[in-house]
Design a protein around this ligand. Structure first.
Ligand SMILES: [Mg+2]
Length: 223
């Protein structure tokens, strides 16, 4: 009954945790701070705080991009204003080269794209996400990628999915299936838009229509 599979990118198709770690390691190694486990740990704490601020509307995505580094430098007694922006730019550039895949992603896209139209719907920065997807060599299986920055709205807003319906030209919600790892953005967004969803997680929740622990388990639902 499904025709269109709407895959999230980060930690669903692309291994964001690995990509972030590599890009951070390279960025901080080039900075006066250097890369240590302590710096790495503090970065994650600061980054999480900035994302919470963004969710509450207390900052913007562009400010978050730089502030997480400026604040990190400040915390270690350095001039955040001086080093923050450079680090943010280097990080974005390094991240855009990271195309590591989640287990099974290549096979699943190759196989399911023979039967369904596959799309990417991702919250992220256009240039970085396009470059990372291009690096996977899997774009031939993807009909189109929808990226929040160029759409002007992000999951969990149901507006994202309304825009997807409009682009595809099919407003029959029962034809769509969202596949993602985030309960609060992918699954909540799908629920708000009235679309079925698959939660890629080991967790428990009533919100998704289905739950899988690994991508290849999608075959049980879709074949
Ligand atoms: Mg994700």
């Amino acid at each position: 009954m499904y025709k269109y599979l709407l895959f999230d990118a980060d930690n669903t198709i692309l291994d964001f945790d690995l990509a972030e770690e590599k890009a951070l390691r390279e960025t901080l190694s080039l900075s006066p701070l250097g890369f240590t486990e302590e710096v790495h740990r503090r970065y994650h704490i600061i980054n999480d705080l900035e994302w919470k601020k963004l969710e509450r509307g207390e900052t913007t995505r562009e400010r978050l991009r730089v502030d997480r580094f400026s604040n990190l430098f400040c915390e270690f007694g350095m001039d955040g204003d001086r080093y923050g922006k450079d680090a943010a730019d280097i990080y974005a550039e390094r991240l855009s080269h990271q195309s590591q895949l989640i287990d099974g992603a290549a096979e699943v896209l190759q196989r399911l794209s023979q039967r369904y139209k596959c799309y990417i719907v991702t919250n992220g920065i256009t240039e970085i996400q396009r470059s990372r997807m291009a690096g996977t060599g899997l774009e031939r299986y993807i009909t189109h990628s929808f990226i929040s920055q160029e759409m002007g709205c992000a999951k969990p807003s149901p507006v994202v999915f309304e825009m997807v319906f409009e682009y595809i030209g099919d407003s029959d919600r029962s034809a769509y299936l969202v596949i993602g790892d985030s309960l609060t953005s992918d699954i909540a967004g799908a629920a708000a838009a009235g679309i079925d969803s698959v939660w890629l997680s080991d967790g428990r929740s009533e919100l998704p229509t289905y739950r899988v622990g690994a991508l290849k388990e999608l075959y049980k639902i879709l074949e």
